[in-house]
Design a protein around this ligand. Structure first.
Ligand code: AMP
Length: 418
């Protein structure tokens, strides 16, 4: 019986993996420029951490978590998102006692039991940023600016930044009641999910993509009109700074993120080309989260990107990092493997990727193989040439072949950086 990968998971094969590597390197480099440092947390955590932070009424906790009991009966959950675990680690390891702001980034797989479709998986990867210890609008904008820089470092088509404020502990409860009031007489027309949301967290109805719910909430009161003066001032300053930095955004008063911990700023990077799963990443402020997880009151702001979607959307032609062109070392005749191994070592020491013949094949099949694998150049080692410390240099593109000395070989390998 042949095994298949579980539904909602996928393999990343070598061709695609090189894109992941490029993306990761590029994101890491931008984090370095902004002074964010990496944190790696476990893939599973105590279930209670997510229930408390992400929120019991959220879709993630109520129906999407991979929760299991280990052999000693503890309830554990494969992380469905990154922020909760980073907050836990920040508190547990005393990072909250270090000079602030503390600026972290993470990268890794997340797990959600969702209905799989293009761009939506049960195991997917996120790259996220978290900034602890600043209540200032400039911190929100720093996160958005770095997000922009990361996305712009990739060959992505058009995307836009949508911005909203979801209020705070002071002004949101009042708005929630006003919204519930508005939806009260329309509850029966909501989709089954929104009917539950109406009772538990009516703000999420605003974000539903189903046409019936969209229509219904079209005339609902807007959060941006119910903000307390502090929240309204915060949003206004964020907008001013974005404009000053020339980071384009659109205000979307219906934007509500799926995680309950957000306060004030909420934002999303959207790529219309992706259709139903258009959100590349999103984030916002979470000023109460650290305290809710048992720490001192500490404001925070962050973002998480879904990497599968970004990889899918980018136009990767010609964009991968240019480096020295790889070379294949073929042997013409028996007993020359060790020469090939030795020469390969020399070439690799120059920083040029080199592969050697390992199959004991005829020269003809080696050439065929090199052609199929897309090597643009091959070095052929023959015993007669070797006696004079020379090699055959074959250009696979035009089929030409020349005899070169060891020194010339080095020159050619180095000169011909792509
Ligand atoms: P969230 O943690 O829900 O705010 O999601 C942040 C980003 O992660 C989204 O904008 C998506 O790009 C990505 N994402 C969320 N859920 C999935 C999923 N099931 N499959 C693939 N990507 C996802």
């Amino acid at each position: 019986m042949a095994f298949k990968a579980p539904r909602g998971t996928r393999d990343i094969l070598p061709d695609e993996a090189s894109r992941w590597e490029f993306l990761e390197n590029s994101f890491r480099e931008r984090c370095r420029l902004y002074g964010f440092q990496e944190i790696r947390t476990p893939i599973f955590e105590h279930t209670e951490l997510f229930v408390r932070s992400v929120g019991e009424s959220s879709d993630i906790v109520s129906k999407e978590m991979y929760t299991f009991h280990d052999r000693s009966g503890r309830s554990l959950t494969l992380r469905p998102e990154g922020t909760a675990a980073v907050v836990r680690a920040y508190l547990e390891n005393g990072l909250h006692e270090k000079p602030h702001p503390v600026k972290l980034y993470y990268f890794g797989p997340m797990f959600r039991y969702d209905r799989p479709q293009a761009g939506r998986y049960r195991q997917f990867h996120q790259f996220g940023l978290e900034l602890f210890g600043s209540p200032q609008p400039s911190a929100d904008v720093e996160i958005m600016a770095l997000s922009y820089d990361m996305l712009r470092s990739l060959p992505l088509p058009e995307f836009r930044l949508e911005l909203n404020s979801v209020g705070c502990r002071e002004c949101r409860p009042g708005y929630r009641e006003r919204l519930r009031e508005y939806l009260r007489f329309r509850e029966e027309e909501l989709c089954p999910d929104c009917s539950r949301r109406y009772r538990e967290n009516p703000l999420r109805v605003l974000d539903c993509k189903k046409p019936e719910c969209k229509d219904l909430s079209a005339g609902a009161p807007l959060l941006t009109q119910s903000l307390c003066p502090q929240c309204a001032g915060h949003l206004a300053r964020v907008r001013e700074l974005l404009e000053r930095l020339e980071l384009p955004y659109v205000l979307n008063p219906r934007l509500v993120r799926g995680l309950d911990y957000y306060t004030r700023t909420a934002f999303e990077f959207v790529a219309p080309e992706l259709g139903a799963q258009a959100s590349l990443g999103g984030g916002g402020r979470y000023d109460a989260l650290v305290e809710e997880c048992g720490g001192p009151p500490t404001p925070g702001v962050g973002v998480a990107f879904g990497l599968e979607r970004i990889i899918l959307l980018a136009d990767w032609k010609e964009r991968l990092e240019a480096g020295p062109v790889p070379v294949f070392l073929a042997v013409a005749g028996e007993g020359l493997e060790e020469e090939a191994l030795l020469l390969a070592r020399e070439i690799r020491a120059l920083g040029v990727p080199a592969e050697v013949e390992l199959g004991g094949r005829s020269l003809k099949s080696q050439m065929k193989y090199a052609g199929k694998k897309g090597f643009a150049r091959v070095i052929i080692i023959g015993s007669r040439e070797l006696e004079q410390d020379r090699f055959l240099w074959r250009d696979m593109v035009d089929g030409s072949q020349v005899l070169v000395s060891r020194e010339e070989l080095r020159q050619r390998l180095l000169e011909q950086e792509g």
